[in-house]
Design a protein around this ligand. Sequence first.
Ligand code: B12
Length: 226
Amino acid sequence: MGDSKAEISGERLDETIRKRLGLVGLKPLGWFETDGASALLIGNIGSSLWPAFSDSEEKLDGKPDPLNRWTMSQVADLVEGLGPGTVREVRYPFGDPVWPFQQYARQALGVEQSPLGLLIHPEYGLWFAFRAVLVFAHEISHLPSSPKMDHPCDTCIDKPCLNTCPIGAFTKDAYDYPACKKHVGSRAGETCFSGGCLARQACPVGKSYRNATDHQAFHMQAMMAS
Ligand code: B12
């Protein structure tokens, strides 16, 4: 018999992780390879994590970066449950260094970029985000493969995402972040600040997965504070 750790079945591991993360509204989104190792991208679909996060100690303790701290605590529990030496490294989409999460998601999920810069999924639209990447220590066999995805923007003629922003912050190949931030912080930008990005909401794909209003407001507030 060989080293059992070298023969971890990806399908079984995926299922174990899916069950654990499902309890708190997180999800294994897809597998990919990075630096010669098997890696798993973890994220949320729409407001799937919002109920568990809303009741958490991290959300209620009044300290900074509650969602990031909550994520780290969920991932630490998960990694511990997988057993010592299973996960070599955890990468987060926040803090230093800035890991290229959108590139990871392209690899893991086969999704592509929308004109807003956010990646778009044929079912979830713009309403999915990333919380962590687990880099595994041992080779994993039978990894679940990701299905080939259509890119919904190819058949979207009107592109409402590009003509809904009240200040035209999005053009075909640029996002004017300073202008966006100035507007969202002004009286005229109150709707964006409390209800979320209007351009993102104008996308016709995956509307039923749209983030809850308080979830969107949470991210807009975090963006303004950054
Ligand atoms: C810095 C940052 C921001 C900055 C600047 C973003 C910018 N457009 O310049 C600010 C604070 C403005 C921001 C805002 C938001 N962000 Co942001 N952000 C990041 C962060 C931390 C790093 C991005 C980066 O610099 N990567 C470095 C490069 C090397 O990595 P990369 O994967 O190759 O990067 C690609 C993107 O940067 C992309 N790109 C980014 N912006 C744009 C804009 C256009 C027009 C184009 C064509 C390309 C493009 O091009 C790169 C090549 O693929 C990532 C998390 C992460 N670590 O990836 C989240 C991330 C990109 N943000 C995300 C989100 C959801 C948002 C907001 C919607 C949050 C909100 N307020 O509700 C807004 C929307 C802004 C927008 N429409 O782009 C998600 C995107 C999920 C998705 N479906 O793609 C990410 C992945 C975070 C996450 N936890 O999931 N963000």
